[in-house]
Design a protein around this ligand. Structure first.
Ligand SMILES: Cc1cc2nc3c(=O)[nH]c(=O)nc-3n(C[C@H](O)[C@H](O)[C@H](O)COP(=O)(O)OP(=O)(O)OC[C@H]3O[C@@H](n4cnc5c(N)ncnc54)[C@H](O)[C@@H]3O)c2cc1C
Ligand SMILES: NC(=O)c1ccc[n+]([C@@H]2O[C@H](COP(=O)([O-])OP(=O)(O)OC[C@H]3O[C@@H](n4cnc5c(N)ncnc54)[C@H](OP(=O)(O)O)[C@@H]3O)[C@@H](O)[C@H]2O)c1
Length: 319
């Protein structure tokens, strides 16, 4: 890796002026590696459907947090932005504790995990995003995109929103929209995280669960004592979403059956949890090993939603 290219403070200020179009409204630090970023775009809130995403960006010239193996810019990239996709998230409740539909949220909310290091290539943006505080400037795309939305869901359908980690972000807005719209089918969120503290929205989801009979909030952890220490109180072992659905535990705890004819399942986050089939040279679709949720759910009669073949299984891979 090359040494960090140095820009003068004046050059950096000029580049910020030229590229940045949004201001950090506030930051909620969930813990050192997980934060909620609320942003005010200069041009006002863009319209978005829950589940859609936009891009955030910061200059290669910006400082990254200490200890991260962030990518150092090549000299020719020193004046460019590093941009990444982020799903719109949603606080779900306003300051008074009332349900807040996504369309009425006054800022753009994003739910972001710090990637400190990666086997594939050094992370570029999150070590810089984790330096931001209220009042700082950044780039936010004005294009909102994505098909991971509630569009195919009919009013009486059951909706299951399953995620790993920050893959929960799009599900916040989807839940707020469904509940605000008086959705009559059942709605269940189930999120798998390493530790309980990685569930930034658990309190808000819990509040909604207590108010809406048709809504369930379920979570799985994989690295708490009850997951890894057989002598721990309440030991359950490490369960992935695949195990939870395959065993019937999801249906027991959600309180409704997984009926493909009236249920849509949404999967978001870690691509190995999703386990989308890949096409072989011979043109066959093969499931990856270890198995992901697509294999588990297709065995239960669900079918991937495709452009020319509508289905009831929808997914968004984060990498
Ligand atoms: C459509 C879409 C929406 C996304 N929405 C979000 C979001 O709402 N919140 C969010 O935190 N990320 C989201 N991401 C991932 C995001 O775009 C970045 O990849 C991520 O923030 C890391 O950026 P980076 O530059 O630091 O590292 P990168 O160079 O982009 O990634 C390095 C490695 O980090 C790992 N990684 C990337 N993202 C995550 C993650 N979210 N959780 C765990 N490990 C990860 C992968 O192994 C990846 O190869 C989304 C990605 C896509 C494609
Ligand atoms: N969350 C933290 O406390 C923490 C701390 C330090 C650094 N980080 C960094 O933050 C980034 C995000 O981490 P994250 O925990 O949000 O996301 P993540 O690594 O995708 O993990 C989220 C959840 O998905 C589970 N999972 C992993 N592989 C799976 C598979 N094949 N099928 C089903 N479930 C699977 C994980 O279990 P496992 O326990 O098996 O991984 C975990 O419970 C990573 O780069 C990480 O290094 C996070």
């Amino acid at each position: 890796m090359a040494d960090r290219p140095t820009l003068s403070a004046a050059d950096a200020a000029l580049l910020r002026e030229q590229h940045y179009n949004a201001t950090v409204n506030s930051v909620v630090d969930v813990h050192s590696d997980l934060r909620i970023l609320r942003i005010d775009p200069d041009s006002g809130m863009p319209g978005f459907e829950p589940g859609q995403y936009t891009v955030l960006g910061l200059g290669h010239w910006e400082e990254a947090i200490d200890g991260s193996e962030h990518e150092l810019a090549r000299p020719r990239d020193a004046e460019k932005l590093v941009r990444r996709a982020y799903s719109f998230s949603c606080p779900m409740l306003d300051d008074a504790g009332d349900l807040l539909p996504p369309s009425e949220t006054p800022f753009a909310e994003f739910y972001i995990a710090l990637v400190q290091r990666s086997d594939i290539h050094p992370p570029s943006l999150t070590p810089r995003l984790f330096q931001l505080s209220a009042g700082d400037r950044l780039f936010m795309g004005d294009k909102v995109t994505g098909h991971y939305t509630l569009e195919p869901v009919a009013p009486g359908d059951n909706v299951v929103l399953a995620a790993t980690g920050t893959g929960e972000a799009p599900h916040t807005g989807m839940v707020a929209q469904l509940l605000a719209g008086g959705h009559t089918g059942r709605v269940a969120v189930v999120t798998c995280v390493r530790h309980r503290r990685d569930l930034a929205y658990a309190k808000a989801f819990g509040e909604l669960e207590s108010r809406y009979d048709g809504f369930r909030y379920l979570m799985l952890t994989t690295r708490e004592p009850e997951n890894v220490d057989p002598s721990a109180v309440g030991y359950v072992g490490k369960r992935y979403l695949q195990d939870y659905f395959d065993s019937g535990d999801f249906e027991r705890e959600a309180g409704f059956p997984l009926e493909p004819e009236r249920t849509h399942v949404f999967l978001c986050g870690n691509p190995s949890m999703i386990g989308a089939p890949h096409r072989t040279r011979a043109g066959d679709d093969r499931y990856p090993t270890p198995r992901g949720m697509v294999e588990v759910l297709e065995n239960r009669g669900f079918r991937i939603d495709e452009r020319d073949r509508p289905g009831n299984l929808h997914f968004e891979k984060y990498w």
